[in-house]
Structure formats: C-alpha cells, structure tokens
Ligand binder design. Structure first.
Ligand SMILES: [Zn+2]
Length: 204
C-alpha cells in the first residue's frame, strides 16, 4: 500500500499532541504497528503530553525518545513491521528529517508529524516548512488567544527575554492572536520587559 504523510501544525497549547494521539489510536484500532518518537531533550514537556497519552492506548506500539532529535536514529530503529511512524515536536528534529520522511513514504509507511509551524519570531520552525510541502494532508490546529480569549491564536509568544530560537518550557510562552500580538509589539517596553510586566500588559 502507498505511504502517506500527514502533518499537524500549530502554535503551543493548540492540541497537536492530542491530535497525534488520536490518529495513533485509530491506527492501533486498525491493528497497525506504530512507532512513536519524540526528541529526547524535549522530554519533560513530551512526558506530560504524548507519553501520557500513549500510556492509555493498547496495541502494537513503541515509544522512543530520540537523542538530539537526530532523524537518522529514527530510521535506524525502524523495521519492516512498522506501519506508522508518528513524530512529535518535529520542529526540534535535524534538518534531514524531510529526506527520511520521503523515504518512509516510498517504503509504504504512513508518517504522522506534529509540531510548531512558527517560532516565537514568526519564522518557519526547523524543518516544518519542507514537511508541509511534502504532506498529503495538513491539519492546522489553533489555541484560543490567551489575551482576548476571542480569536484563534497564531503564534507561541515568548514571555521571557531570551533570544535563542529554542527555549523549552511551557511557562515561557503564551498563545496570541494577530491583533493581541501586534498590540503587544507596539507597546513593548524597552529594554527587555520582565515576564511579569508582559503578562500584566496582556491582561489589560
Ligand atoms: Zn487575542
């Protein structure tokens, strides 16, 4: 059977891991063998999300943290038995992940990929861009904006002043819609405001 690539993309708190687990559960009900992987260094967050969700499922599945998010390590652990490969937090994987995803599709496997589409500065995150191009199916999911609580969020806004692209930790982010994000940018205090100040501004 021909392989397939499905991508679930969205900001933080948008339910990506929940959707990934739902698709994994469907595959398990269909008696398919599923290999679930996530980057090891994001383990703390993943342990709350995908790991806990997997523990509620029965069937033929494996769950493996991948050191340094190296896509080649996923490939080296696969065998012919695996029907479905589910990857959580794809934005943290190495840039060669799309090449392996292509290979897996040609091998007839279903590949389900969940991750952040944008980083905190609105840039495509990691290899999410090429993965969206490769996908047969794309599902965009959205959190509710935490400031206005009316509109769909579009970005994981960083509350801390750190500037590295990767700063792990849910407490460092909040989900904002375009309007609230723009409002915050236009009134941003200089120099770097404290997270407490940002939170205060957002709730006004
Ligand atoms: Zn808003």
């Amino acid at each position: 059977m021909a392989g397939k690539i499905k991508v679930i993309a969205g900001e933080m708190f948008s339910g990506k891991s929940r959707e990934l687990a739902r698709l994994v559960e469907r595959a398990l009900i269909a008696d398919l063998a599923v290999a679930v992987v996530y980057p090891a260094f994001a383990a703390r967050k993943s342990e709350r999300d995908i790991v806990q969700r997997m523990m509620e499922l029965s069937g033929r599945w494996t769950l493996t943290p991948i050191a340094d998010g190296q896509a080649s390590l996923i490939d080296s652990q696969l065998n012919d038995e695996v029907d479905v490969i589910a990857v959580d937090e794809v934005q943290f994987f190495s840039q060669d992940l799309p090449e392996f995803v292509k290979r897996w599709r040609h091998q007839g496997k279903t590949v389900i990929l969940a991750g952040l589409d944008l980083d905190y500065e609105e840039r495509p995150f990691g290899c999410m861009g090429p993965l969206l191009c490769l996908a047969d199916e794309v599902m965009k999911v959205h959190a509710v904006c935490t400031a206005c609580k009316r509109q769909d969020a579009f970005i994981s806004h960083r509350l801390s002043a750190e500037t590295d692209q990767v700063v792990v930790g849910e407490g460092n982010y909040t989900a904002l819609c375009v309007d609230c994000y723009d409002r915050l940018q236009s009134t941003r205090l200089e120099p770097s405001p404290s997270p407490k100040l940002l939170r205060t501004k957002l709730t006004r």
